[in-house]
Ligand binder design. Structure first.
Ligand code: UDP
Ligand code: MN
Length: 351
């Protein structure tokens, strides 16, 4: 239906990556609903153009320039900035019903049936199941509700400093009044639950419909090797995100988003995957024998092997000598030619 929409929020280009994967995952599973994304002024022009390719409705919201209530609320409680931005979803009154989804969620099947539910339907929070998790919820846009939420934010604040505390205080009969407003957990499956109740995940995880990459480390913080189709950690604890879902996120990102980003000149980072990295090393740094993909993979596996070995004595070679050695395949993975240094070098070229 034209007046039903999935809605998400991205206040910066990193979260836009999440929003793009979320939107693509909804399209991949043939949603019949509109896709809307709320963005703030920090989002770059090129990322907006890419969002236009995936979303029907790309809407800039600016809490400071918006209606008076929002302006006042933010003046008094500046820390509620991102929270109040999320509340803007209630102002989308051209839709009669919406499903809000965090930009760090992804659907693994069609979830249009969520629109059969009423406001406010959500799944329990894994940390405190008497509260709902605000990463996925069904709601009804309304200026009145929007203003009431802003008023509550200004007067009482949020018990967790974020939107989830505020929304749970506002919709405070959620846990007791109507079981139909409890969405099954498979509509908001977070990795944290996988590790805290593994047998349940083994029994029911295959029915997952929405995956939520809740927590500090997001899928876009990882590096992906498109050849092996696996994710490489960035030093954070890799077990925080279930590898199967993480690889799925990256699969959508590389197969459906990366080409859009290239088209709009957004791909400037060295961290868009090792395949991309190899091309950049060759064209920007040296003309080397690692141009071919297989050899890059080999080099990468050597890199990780080298990481486990004790570091060799630091070489003091001239740039010319280093280049010669590189071309002969003698790469100082632990020193001058470490992944970190290559990345730094690329970053300076790309700036
Ligand atoms: N968000 C955003 N920019 C930020 C932080 C959050 O756009 O700097 C949006 C985004 O849609 C995100 C949601 O707010 O998914 C909630 O934040 P997050 O998912 O990081 O919280 P968590 O689910 O990990 O508690
Ligand atoms: Mn989230």
């Amino acid at each position: 239906m034209a007046d039903h929409a999935f809605v998400t929020l991205a206040t910066n280009d990193s979260y836009v990556k999440g929003a793009l994967v979320l939107g693509s995952s909804l399209r991949k599973h043939h949603t019949t609903k509109k896709l809307a994304v709320l963005i703030t002024p920090q989002v770059s022009d090129s990322m907006r153009k890419v969002l236009d390719k995936v979303y029907d409705d790309v809407r800039e919201v600016d809490v400071l320039d918006s209606e008076d209530t929002a302006h006042l609320a933010l003046m008094e409680r500046p820390e509620l900035g991102v929270t109040l931005t999320k509340l803007h979803c209630w102002a989308l009154t051209e839709y009669t019903k919406c499903v809000f989804m965090d930009a760090d969620t992804m659907v693994v099947s069609n979830v249009d049936e969520l629109f059969e539910r009423e406001e406010l339907s959500a799944a329990p929070d894994p940390g405190w199941p008497d509260c709902f998790n605000s990463g996925v919820f069904v709601y009804q846009p309304s200026t009145e509700t929007y203003n009431q939420l802003l008023q509550l934010a200004t007067e009482k604040g949020s018990f967790d400093g974020g939107d989830q505390g505020l929304l749970n205080s506002f919709f405070n009969t959620w846990s007791t009044k109507d079981i139909h407003k409890h969405l099954p957990f498979i509509y908001n499956l977070s990795s944290i639950s996988i590790y805290s109740y593994l047998p349940a995940f083994k029994a029911f995880g295959a029915n997952a419909k929405v995956v939520h990459f809740l927590g500090k480390v997001k899928p876009w913080n990882y590096t992906y090797d498109s050849k092996t189709q696996t994710v490489k950690g960035d030093g954070h604890d890799q077990t925080l995100i279930h590898p199967e879902f993480l690889n799925l996120w990256w699969d959508i990102y590389t197969s459906r988003i990366l080409s859009l980003l290239t088209e709009h000149g957004v791909v400037k980072e060295a961290s868009y995957g090792l395949k991309a990295l190899s091309g950049l090393v060759c064209s920007l740094a040296f003309s080397c024998r690692f141009c071919r993909e297989e050899e890059v993979t080999e080099a990468v596996s050597q890199m990780s092997l080298a990481a486990a070995a004790p570091p060799p004595p630091p070489p003091s070679l001239s740039s010319e000598e280093r280049r010669e050695r590189w071309e002969q395949g003698q790469v100082d993975y632990m020193g001058e030619d470490s992944y970190e240094n290559i990345k730094k070098k690329l970053d300076t070229y790309l700036q």
